[in-house]
Design a protein around this ligand. Sequence first.
Ligand SMILES: [Zn+2]
Length: 354
Amino acid sequence: MSNTDRIPVFDGHNDTLLRLMEDATGEAERRFFEGGAGGHIDMALAREGGLAGGLFAVFPPSHMDASLSDAMRVPPYSLPFPHTPSLAEARETTLRMVAIFLRLERASKGAFAICRTAGDIEAAMIAGRFAAVLHIEGAEAIDADLDALDVLHAAGLRSVGPLWSRPNHFGHGVPMRFPSSPDTGPGLTDAGKRLVQRCNELRILVDLSHLNEKGFDDVAALTDAPLVATHCNAHAVTPHSRNLTDRQLDVIRATGGLVGLNFATAFLGDGGMDETIGLDPMLRHLDHLLKHLGEDGVALGSDFDGATIPAAIGTAAGLPRLLEAMAAAGYGRDLVERIAWRNWLSVLRRTWGS
Ligand SMILES: [Zn+2]
């Protein structure tokens, strides 16, 4: 028995709802429970790897030209912004993914629980139910008057990333660039600032992932909640536009906030998409994040089902290998538990208020 046995993982980011929506066979949603339909997360893989829950992103797709994602295989690169979905397009795909999320709970016979409070997550984890939280990545479906925010909140939405790597009516995301500073453009629009304030009032988490540096500073100036980047890495280790500078990490720490380690090879290694990079780059990022954020400020944000991840992890079933690598690097069981799930629970409780 290794000393990381039976440590559960609560994960800050997956794109499983997009995978289920775009599945051409029409079988993936049903097979989410029995497994074997491909992808990084289903209930069988989650059980095998100790994945106990996480944030499920609703991401209105951009339909990037394949030549653009191919360009990311060969750094350096500087990709133009992809297409931003219109309000109507984003509403259609957002509602389809929220509907899949609601149906998963209904079809699960209690195995998949939509969680709206930290207490819900804790209760689900104790009962062995999968603890699922609804998140939006790219808020194009939310109108500038924020009516849709109230409706989505009532449907269970508890976390919003206003931007993906494209501009919208709330601000400008970072373009995919390597190497690049995250300071790539203007900050939040007035509508973006209202969105952050309204999320604060509703106690919805505001995710800093994909914001450029000026947008990050705008959120930091507006919010009274802990600052959270659900799936980002350290710019000092991998100088990608998507990663956070030491100054940004220090700002997050000052609020009692958190960063979830992103498993995407593009943000871990040399900017490319090399699946064979192994686990060492993940440890290098964790070490740097711990140095700047402290032991309470580091967690996981896998990007499962949304990115090329190290083959050494493969799928959710491979999570124990990451925890074992942390133990082998000298992290004690208490620190591994904080990174694996306790820090997420703490920051969500402080953000949501219950
Ligand atoms: Zn993302």
